[in-house]
Design a protein around this ligand. Structure first.
Ligand code: PLP
Length: 230
């Protein structure tokens, strides 16, 4: 039977992830699924949530603001995974619980300023660049200093690392890139290594991912091409 709804796709992905995790010697359930919902309507997100999705990711601030009116997804953690423009920091900090894409000092400082006065600090991950095709992300060498800066800022809580794998058919290239992300994660610390997408998550799990970011695997093919981070 083809998987046709976000709820069915989520349930199937959860089961496959648990099997893969067990085969890799990881604890079942220890790896979280972030549902990446760019271009998916709120109804589709709600459907996946009824099937157990607890974390939703968005790339585009404007899309997220229109899609999720206040109170539209109770109990769901909202993650920003797009490029952080400093002039949008205030809006990002108020629309999201987690920012996975802190890739430079200015973005960290702008978010810290924007998060001041929140009930709880804003959780952030460092975005680390492990692929030559990626425009954004701190290099692995820059990540340690960036981690120090983030740790020194009030209102931010550093929880780990996010990285986008290279687009290639060569599994060795993917594995080396994922290993580089894992090394940075071990140095930086925190609980979350956000690694792996619909096409490469099993290798990311083998590399130590604690959160995969699944878009098409849950919400189906997207309407447009070239829709990774703007
Ligand atoms: C779009 C996107 C994803 C999800 O991509 P899929 O291949 O559809 O799973 C994950 N992470 C980031 C940063 C993205 O931009």
């Amino acid at each position: 039977m083809p998987l046709t709804t976000p709820a069915q796709r989520f349930t199937s992905l959860r089961a496959e992830l648990d099997r893969t995790a067990a085969a890799a010697g990881r604890e079942p359930g220890a790896i979280a699924i972030l549902g990446v919902a760019k271009f998916a309507p709120l109804e589709a997100v709600r459907e996946a949530v009824t099937a157990g999705l607890t974390d939703v990711g968005e790339n585009y601030l404007q899309e997220a603001r229109v899609k999720y009116p206040p109170g539209s997804l109770p109990g769901v953690r909202r993650h920003f995974i797009g490029h952080v423009q400093t002039n949008k920091a205030k809006a990002i900090a108020s629309a999201f619980d987690v920012v996975q894409s802190v890739d430079r000092e200015e973005a960290a400082r702008a978010l810290a300023k924007a998060a001041a006065g929140r009930e709880t600090p804003l959780d952030v991950l460092l975005q680390v660049n492990i692929s030559p095709a990626e425009r954004f992300g701190a290099t692995p060498a820059e990540a340690d200093r960036l981690a120090e800066i983030v740790r020194s800022l009030p209102w931010l809580r550093l929880d780990g690392v996010m990285a986008i794998g290279p687009i290639t058919d060569d599994p060795g290239v993917v594995d080396r890139a994922f290993a580089a992300a894992r090394e940075v994660f071990e140095r930086v610390g925190g609980a979350t290594l956000s690694l792996g997408m619909s096409g490469d998550w099993p290798r990311a799990v083998a590399a130590g991912s604690t959160m995969i970011r699944a878009g098409t695997a849950i919400f189906g093919p997207r309407p447009r091409k070239g829709d990774l981070a703007p």
